[in-house]
Design a protein around this ligand. Sequence first.
Ligand SMILES: [Zn+2]
Length: 258
Amino acid sequence: MAARRGTDEATTGEGDAPRSRAMMVYRALRRAIIEQALSPGAKLPEDAIGERLGVSRTLVREALGRLAAEGLVELRHNRSAAVAYPSLEEAREVFAVRKAMERLVVEELAGRLTAEQRRRLRTHVGREDEARVRGGAESIRLAGEFHLLLAECTGNSLLIRYVNEVASRCSLILAIYGRPHSSDCAVNEHRDLIEALEKGDVPTAVRLMDHHLASVMDRALLSDRRGDDIRDVLASFAREEGLGQPPAPQVRKPRKAR
Ligand SMILES: [Zn+2]
């Protein structure tokens, strides 16, 4: 079992026992959602979760509240909770914000990666390659963690938090609108990105990140078959076939001259 690097929350050593247990509950639920073990819309009953994880309902509620603040869980009026089910419109908003955030990340990092950071990024991409062969949840998680690792390299805590949040929401969106168990990232694109950052080539790094996230969004949102307008679903297929041109504009009759 590979040792997982502790997060800042886990290693502060400040938390008393209940606090760190709440964090463990939060992390367990968060992973289950991001790795798509818990489906979007799935109910999250406090008592069953508490029982399974061996913690009080209070701790479960605290964890659910935190996940709700991150957009991964929906709390309903009757205090029942469920895994969030973002609409297509919300999904597009999340991707737009993610794109802006990650653009900022690569602008910050180009030409400024330390040797240690380069090593960590390359090691991570190596693990993504290995996981890709096996496919499934691990591959999805590692792909998301690459983006978080990049954000961490900036050392900007606010940027880290925001990227973490939008990337988590994207995992949820992929679970709804993506193909089953599709990883959201192409590993070779991650590798190209590291190379551009090492060279300090800002325009290329920004272009690669934009392109990468646009592909992720295309993979996620164009494959939707549920609830979206059939005209939107068919648009790209029609374009490829040279079909579906909008009707030629009607020639307007000139207004009567007065
Ligand atoms: Zn990626």
